[in-house]
Design a protein around this ligand. Structure first.
Ligand SMILES: Nc1ncnc2c1ncn2[C@@H]1O[C@H](COP(=O)(O)OP(=O)(O)OP(=O)(O)O)[C@@H](O)[C@H]1O
Length: 766
């Protein structure tokens, strides 16, 4: 026997092992605003995922409540204009798909009393008002295939299902006909039928649908489908099945073959559900109602030509969709309930509070990984105990938080919305798919079955199996029926052993042949796939070697670029240094230029001052303007020219000082004297002396009273004439000479190399 005997949810260990591989899915919350006709709504839907509170007048607010408008975000927000179809499509279709695929889901409505929970879940029979539950039933029955006749699957103890033999199922069906529920068909006679059909059901499975309906009232569970004895329902216990899943012990699972029939069962339960009129809602739910739709599936038998399951209960898969309409929270002060209503309200509030506590603890446990996680208080309320399976990873959970924007509900809505928003942070493990997807398609077997049947019938098995009589009894006194069955069984047992073993052998042979044929086709398919993959691999190899080559050439280029980059960096560095040098030179040139300008603009500086200025210049080692040579002192009225220029030059210490010419352009070749142009710098106010000694000035000389850099650039020589008068009234004229030389940085400097001095002595002084 398989370890998973009853075909319910997989064993706990298996679930645990799988969980580590499965992904988690957060509890999803959608919010629905019910219509409000007043002028002061306390809630508005901003967009499809956000709802905002609006501060109502102070009388509606509790003391100490936050005085700010708050925004809450949910998976989806339905405004008052969104009708039941929109809500259904967004909240239920994917859960139905889960059900068809063998997974569980829980969908529950939550909110303050009178906020539209029951309307959302059940609604009314018209097209626009039909709620989630009837629509869900319609879509399930639209979408399943291979639905079995009733009574093939049957519920047994410990929340499990078994498979009946064909005969037993037939007899059970006959028995059921007498046992049928007597229910009013008022609500479902002309109701709206949801036409949506979805894919997802595995057609190699057969199925049956069961529903159960329980309520949790004053923290006790009741089966709403139970035949009430003396007008009261039995309190039911919550128990754990073999897989540690919680279920309501003794609650009936009723098999239904259509959505109409399922709704009849639902309506029967609704009649028994506790609903009372309160100040805030004339049809207020006083209990939490739990309507469960179970889809029981088993692989389709290959043996039978009709729709039948395999004869192995261990292969049964049961998935369930639990639709819960919670009772609304309510403040006693507002409802002014007393007696039973007050006790109900306390119990409702208590169970909702435990639900919040469980969510809080789950959230805390998930926030940080703890060695000893906090215990979740599921058992403190029947509601949370029943929800435990889902909260611990037995399926998808979705909450529909219903809110009424009327200002009276402001405070309670705030707290309900905060709880709902927080719930979204709780993660629940996604359940693994349990329906096999790799079975040999039944259609394939059917084809081979019929062909081999023909062969075996024609050639091998000529013995005739007796035809089965109608296998049912009209009543316990139906002696004819009993006799017919007895005859049939005797005929069967009278068949020779040889015939029996031949037919067994044939059946086995047929099975093997079909499998072999199927495998041949499968091998053919695999070969094709392999060929395709081989081609793909060859193609990919081609790409691979092409990319390898490209990679190599790219590598080489990168190396080259890196080298170039390095060289460029170095060149940049050199240029930067050069630039700094040039800037220094320009700075000192400007300074020297300023000094020259100062000399020029000052009409009578003494030679000593001039010298001291030029001597100062020595403090700027890179400055091209150097101290002029010391005046060549000669007594008398003679003009002396320094005969040896190089002598004077050396005495001036200009060019001989190593390093002083560092900035002069080393490549500069002095043009011949005749070719160079003279920049003749004359003072503005010159004292005419009428001397016979005249300096020789070439005709192309540039004459200036204030030299400019432009002029300097055009000249090869520079000559400055300067006059001074001593205390005795003697006039001396100094002619300072220099070469204009370009600097290495692209500037121009003057290298002074000679001074001529002409003195006039006044005869009167003599
Ligand atoms: N979206 C809606 N459109 C139209 N009517 C609505 C809507 N939501 C609620 N209603 C109406 O508001 C009233 C109260 O709604 P309902 O009974 O569903 O509230 P509830 O939340 O289930 O209350 P309780 O918790 O007391 O059972 C009902 O008459 C219902 O028809």
């Amino acid at each position: 026997m398989s370890s998973r005997k009853r075909g319910m949810t997989p064993p706990r260990d298996a679930v645990r092992r799988k969980r580590s591989l499965e992904e988690a899915d957060a509890i999803e919350v959608v919010c629905r605003l019910c219509p409000y006709n007043g002028n002061t709504p306390s809630l508005i839907a901003i967009d499809e995922t956000t709802v905002q509170t609006v501060l109502p007048p102070a009388i509606y607010r509790r003391d100490g409540a936050p005085n700010v408008e708050k925004i809450f975000s949910f998976g989806r927000v339905f405004s008052e204009n969104d009708g039941q179809p929109t809500v259904f499509e967004r909240t239920s279709i994917d859960l139905i798909l889960n059900l068809l695929r063998g997974q569980n889901s829980l969908l529950f409505t939550y909110g303050v009393t009178g906020s539209g929970k029951t309307y959302t879940m059940t609604g009314k029979p018209t097209e626009n008002d039909t709620g989630l539950l009837p629509r869900t039933l319609d879509v399930i029955f639209n979408s399943i295939a291979n639905q079995l006749e009733k009574c093939v699957f049957y519920p047994v103890a410990l929340n499990s299902f078994e498979i009946r033999s064909t005969l037993d199922a037939h007899l059970k069906r006959r028995q059921l006909e007498n046992d049928k529920f007597h229910m009013s068909r008022e609500m479902i006679s002309d109701r709206f039928h949801e036409g949506i059909k979805i894919g997802g059901f595995n057609e190699d499975y057969v199925c049956a649908v069961f529903v159960s309906y329980v309520e949790i009232y004053n923290n006790y569970c009741y089966d709403l489908l139970e035949e009430a004895k003396n007008g009261s329902l039995t309190k039911r216990e919550l128990r754990h099945d073999r897989n540690q899943q919680v279920y309501v012990d003794g609650a009936k699972d009723i098999e239904v073959s259509s959505s109409e029939e399922a709704l009849e069962v639902f309506c029967l339960g609704e009649e028994r559900r506790r609903v009372s009129s309160t100040l805030l809602n004339k049809d207020s739910s006083r209990s939490h109602s739990v309507f469960t739709i179970k889809l029981v599936m088993a692989p389709r038998s290959y043996e039978s030509q009709t729709v039948a399951p395999v004869k192995d209960s261990a292969q049964i898969v049961v998935s369930q969709l639990c639709l819960v309409d919670l009772a609304g929270s309510e403040r006693a002060k507002r409802t002014q309930n007393v007696g039973d209503r007050l006790a109900e309200a306390n119990s409702i509030n208590q169970s909702l509070m435990v639900l919040r506590q469980c969510i809080d603890v789950l959230r805390r446990n998930q926030k940080t990984v703890q060695t000893f996680p906090e215990q979740v208080p599921y058992r403190q309320s029947k509601l949370t105990h029943l929800f435990k399976n889902y909260l611990e990873g037995n399926g998808k959970i979705r909450m529909v938080i219903c809110v009424n924007p009327k200002p009276d509900d402001y405070d309670e809505n705030l707290s309900a919305l905060a709880f709902a928003e927080e719930s979204q942070k709780v993660e629940v493990k996604i359940q693994a798919e349990r329906v096999q997807t790799d079975r040999i398609p039944h259609a394939f077997y059917t084809q081979w079955n019929s062909e081999l049947e023909k062969v075996s019938m024609d050639n091998l098995c000529r013995s005739e199996t007796p035809c089965a009589p109608p296998l049912y009894l009209r009543d316990y006194n139906d002696t004819n029926g009993v006799e017919a069955i007895r005859r049939y069984v005797t005929q069967l047992s009278n068949m020779t052993d040889g015939e029996n073993s031949t037919s067994k052998l044939l059946s086995t042979l047929r099975q093997y042949m079909m499998e072999a044929d199927h495998l041949r086709i499968e091998v053919g398919k695999f070969k094709d796939t392999l060929d395709a993959k081989d081609q793909e691999i060859t193609k990919l190899r081609g790409f691979c070697s092409k990319y390898k080559r490209e990679k190599e050439s790219l590598k080489e280029r990168i190396l080259m670029y890196e080298k170039n980059d390095e060289e460029n960096q170095m060149a940049m560095e050199k240029l930067r240094e050069q630039k700094l040098e040039d800037q220094k030179v320009i700075k000192s040139q400007k300074k020297a230029m300023k000094m020259v300008q100062g000399i020029v603009e000052n009409p009578s500086p003494s030679v000593a001052t001039l010298r001291s200025k030029f001597q100062d210049q020595e403090n700027y080692p890179s400055a091209p303007l150097q101290t002029p040579p010391p005046p060549y002192q000669t007594p008398g009225r003679q003009a002396f020219r320094s005969a040896k220029r190089n002598e004077t030059t050396s005495s001036s210490g200009i060019s001989s000082t190593p390093g002083n010419q560092g900035y002069l352009n080393p490549k500069y070749q002095r043009r011949s004297k005749s070719a160079s142009r003279l920049l003749d710098h004359q003072p503005t106010h010159r004292v005419p002396m009428g001397t016979v000694f005249q300096t020789k000035t070439p005709t192309n000389a540039i004459k200036t009273t204030r030299p400019e850099l432009k002029q300097l650039n055009k000249s090869g020589e520079y000559r400055l004439t300067h006059q001074e008068v001593d205390e005795d009234g003697n006039i001396s004229t100094n002619v300072v000479k220099g070469d204009v030389i370009p600097t290495a940085g692209g500037g121009t400097s003057v290298l002074f190399n000679d001074i001529e001095k002409l003195s006039h002595e006044s005869p009167a002084q003599k």
